[in-house]
Design a protein around this ligand. Structure first.
Ligand code: NAD
Length: 264
């Protein structure tokens, strides 16, 4: 059975910043935060889409603003941090959803041996440096508040590699899943700050993901991932920090047999 029930948590009085909030899991996470009472700051590099996503939340009765932020630009990140504090007075949650494989987003056709260097830089900057920049920006405020939650989005690619064309993406995601999550959890713990990583397998934010294999023989509905993100941000997850959660329909433990063969 596939459950798409939206899990409710109490985020009243909390303020969450979400990156990559104009679409996919970032947008759904923002909506869920707002529905659970949080003030939400949606940030994305896409100006029209991020404002539309924030306006939709407001139209449904939630508190939200949309800000244009390229996670590669520390000045824009700092401006978003300042605007968040000015508007809502605190930063309690940061969810780093912005990301994507450079080969797909930038439509790179060349094999890895000829992969344009700018496209490699894009993949590493957006997927790895961006979340670390954002953390570096907001963690001072969380330290002052003596509480906070930071979530990274890893990927199955960080655990299994992405072959040549997705080398930048899989390397960046592995960096978040292991190095960044543990480092920030260690640094933040004395100040009541928790940090965890959610690493999905294929998710149906794009139809093409439905073609990837998993042990459960399907891709995830976005809400199946977003329920885990919101849980980890909630006080119910108060003893969880420094962990990476694979949520991949069992893809990491796929036997080297076909799905059909497993039924025999
Ligand atoms: N969809 C999947 O199957 C899947 C699987 C594993 C991991 N992930 C990861 O989960 C996260 C969300 O995935 P999704 O499929 O919901 O994403 P998506 O492609 O729907 O949305 C990504 C958002 O990030 C924004 N973005 C891109 N570059 C940016 C930048 N420089 N600064 C700010 N925003 C930027 C885009 O405008 C877009 O709105 C990503 O980090 C992705 O790598 C996704």
């Amino acid at each position: 059975m596939i459950s798409t029930r939206k899990l409710d948590f109490d985020f009243k009085g909390k303020t969450a910043i979400v990156t990559g909030a104009a679409s996919g899991m970032g947008k759904l996470t923002s909506e869920r935060f707002a529905e659970c009472g949080a003030n939400v700051v949606l940030t994305d590099v896409n100006p029209e889409a991020v404002e539309a996503a924030a306006a939709e939340i407001r139209a449904n009765g939630g508190n939200a603003i949309g800000l244009v932020v390229d996670v590669r630009d520390f000045e824009q990140i700092e401006a978003a941090k300042n605007k968040t504090i000015e508007t809502y007075g605190s930063i309690d949650i940061l969810v780093n959803c912005a990301g994507g494989a450079s080969v797909r987003v930038n439509k790179i056709k060349e094999p890895f041996k000829d992969f344009p260097l700018w496209a490699l830089d894009w993949g590493l900057d957006v997927n790895l440096k961006g979340p670390i920049y954002f953390t570096r920006s907001v963690i001072g405020q969380m330290i002052e508040q003596k509480s906070g939650v930071i979530i990274y989005l890893g990927s199955i690619a960080g655990a299994e590699g992405g072959s040549g064309a997705s080398c930048d993406y899989s390397t960046a995601k592995a960096g978040l899943m292991y190095g960044a999550t543990k480092s920030i959890a260690q640094y933040g713990a004395p100040y009541g700050i928790r940090c965890n990583c959610v690493s999905p397998g294929p998710v149906l934010t794009r139809e093409a993901m439905g073609k990837m294999s998993t042990l459960l023989n399907r891709a995830a509905e976005p809400i199946e991932i977003v329920n885990l993100i919101t849980y980890l941000c909630s006080d119910e997850a108060s003893f969880i920090t420094g962990s990476n959660y694979m949520i991949d329909g069992g893809r990491v433990c796929m036997p080297k047999r076909s799905y059909a063969d497993m039924q025999k």
